[in-house]
Design a protein around this ligand. Structure first.
Ligand code: DON
Length: 327
C-alpha cells in the first residue's frame, strides 16, 4: 500500500460516520430470502483495515451476517487466479448490465453472455469454473479456503440461511439452466447453483470484510497474516469490476458521488476497496430498491468524502483563494 492516512484520523472519521448515520432508518430488510427478513434491522457497524493490518471498528462489527453478493468478489478473484483474468473476461465478461442483480433479461440482452462475475448469472458461471472440475467438495473447499485467506480468519456457512436460500432460489435455478442453454456454464448447472447458494450463505463480520477489502487493496497480500493470497495484477481487475457494477442499477450514481469501488450484498454488507490505502466495510440490514444497504452506503460515502478517498481524484475544492481575500 502506498498512501498512508494516520490511524487516529481514520478512527475519528469512522466514529463520526457512525454518529452521522445511526439514526438513518430508511430502507427495509431483504424479504425474498425468509432468513434475512428476521435479522434485527437496527444492527450497524463500520470497520476499516489499514496497510499495517490495524483493524478499526465501531458498532456491530462482530455480528455474523450473510455475505450474500459480496461473495461474488472473492470467487471472481479465485477463478481469475486459477485461470487468468483474460479467460474470465472471455468466459464471463466484464460489462455492467444496468439491470437488477438477478435479471434474466440481462442474459438475453447480452447475447447469451453472463456479462460480469458480480451479478448472479456471472457468479453462478464463476462457481461452475472453480477447479477442481466436477468435484463439488473440492470446489467448495477452494471457495472457503480462498475467502478465509482473504479475511485472515475462518468463515462458515450459516446453515439456516443456506436452507432458507435453497428453498426459495427458483430465479437463480432458471438462470443456471438458461446459461446451460447458451453453453455459458462450465460444469453441472445444479452443482454451480448449489455452490453459489452456499457461498452466499457464508457468515462474515464487518471486521472480516474490511480485511478482505484490505487484502485486495494491498495487491493480494493479507496485511494481517502477511500471506500472499492472489497475484498483484488482479487487484485492478477486480476493483474495476466492483466500480462498474458493485451497486447494480445504482452503480453510476454511487460512483459519481463517492468514487469508491464497492460491492454490496442483500445481507446488508458493503465492502469498499481503496487500492493502496485501505479496506472498508459496513453492515446494516435495511436495503434500497436495488438491494444495497442504505445505512452502510451512507456511512461509506461519508468516510470517502471526509478522507478524500475518491479514486478519480480529489473532490475537495482546489480553487486557489485570491490573495486579496486576505486568508
Ligand atoms: O442470489 C441472490 O439473490 C442472493 N443470494 C444474493 C443477492 C445479493 O446479495 C444482491 N446484492 N445486493
Amino acid at each position: 500500500m502506498i498512501r498512508k492516512i494516520d490511524k487516529k484520523t481514520v478512527d475519528e472519521v469512522l466514529r463520526a460516520a457512525y454518529d452521522h448515520c445511526k439514526s438513518e432508518t430508511s430502507g427495509k430488510n431483504a424479504d425474498y430470502i425468509p432468513f434475512l427478513k428476521n435479522v434485527p434491522s437496527t444492527l450497524f457497524g463500520i470497520a476499516a483495515t489499514l496497510p499495517d493490518g490495524t483493524l478499526l471498528t465501531v458498532g456491530d462489527t462482530d455480528y455474523r451476517f450473510g455475505i450474500e453478493s459480496v461473495s461474488k468478489v472473492p470467487t471472481a478473484l479465485l477463478v481469475m487466479e486459477q485461470y487468468s483474468d483474460r479467460e474470465v473476461l472471455h468466459k464471463i465478461g466484464a460489462d455492467a448490465t444496468g439491470l437488477p442483480f438477478n435479471s434474466i433479461m440481462a442474459i438475453l440482452l447480452e447475447n447469451d453472455h453472463p456479462s460480469t462475475p458480480l451479478v448472479n448469472a456471472g457468479a453462478i458461471a464463476a462457481c461452475s469454473m472453480v477447479k477442481p472440475a466436477g468435484d463439488s467438495t473440492g470446489k467448495w473447499r477452494a471457495i472457503v479456503d480462498f475467502l478465509t485467506a482473504l479475511a485472515g480468519s475462518p468463515v462458515e456457512v450459516i446453515d439456516e440461511l443456506y436452507r432458507s436460500e435453497s428453498d426459495t432460489n427458483f430465479n437463480n435455478r432458471s438462470i443456471a439452466w438458461l446459461l446451460k442453454n447458451y453453453n455459458r456454464i462450465y460444469d453441472q448447472p445444479e452443482m454451480a447453483l448449489d455452490l453459489y447458494t452456499r457461498q452466499c450463505s457464508i457468515g462474515v463480520t464487518a471486521a472480516q470484510l474490511a480485511t478482505v477489502a484490505a487484502t485486495i487493496a494491498n495487491g493480494g497480500v493479507n496485511p494481517q497474516t502477511g500471506k500472499r493470497v492472489f497475484r498483484a495484477e488482479l487487484t485492478p481487475r477486480i476493483v474495476s469490476l466492483m466500480a462498474t457494477v458493485g451497486f447494480y442499477e445504482h452503480t453510476g450514481d454511487w460512483l459519481f458521488q463517492t468514487g469508491l469501488p464497492a460491492k454490496s450484498g442483500v445481507g446488508g454488507g458493503i465492502m469498499g476497496v481503496v487500492p493502496g490505502v485501505m479496506g472498508l466495510a459496513s453492515f446494516a440490514p435495511p436495503l434500497d430498491s436495488a438491494g444495497n444497504s442504505v445505512r452502510a452506503q451512507k456511512a461509506l460515502a461519508y468516510i470517502a468524502r471526509e478522507l478524500d478517498l475518491n479514486l478519480f481524484g480529489t473532490t475537495r475544492c482546489m480553487v486557489t483563494t485570491p490573495a486579496s481575500a486576505g486568508v
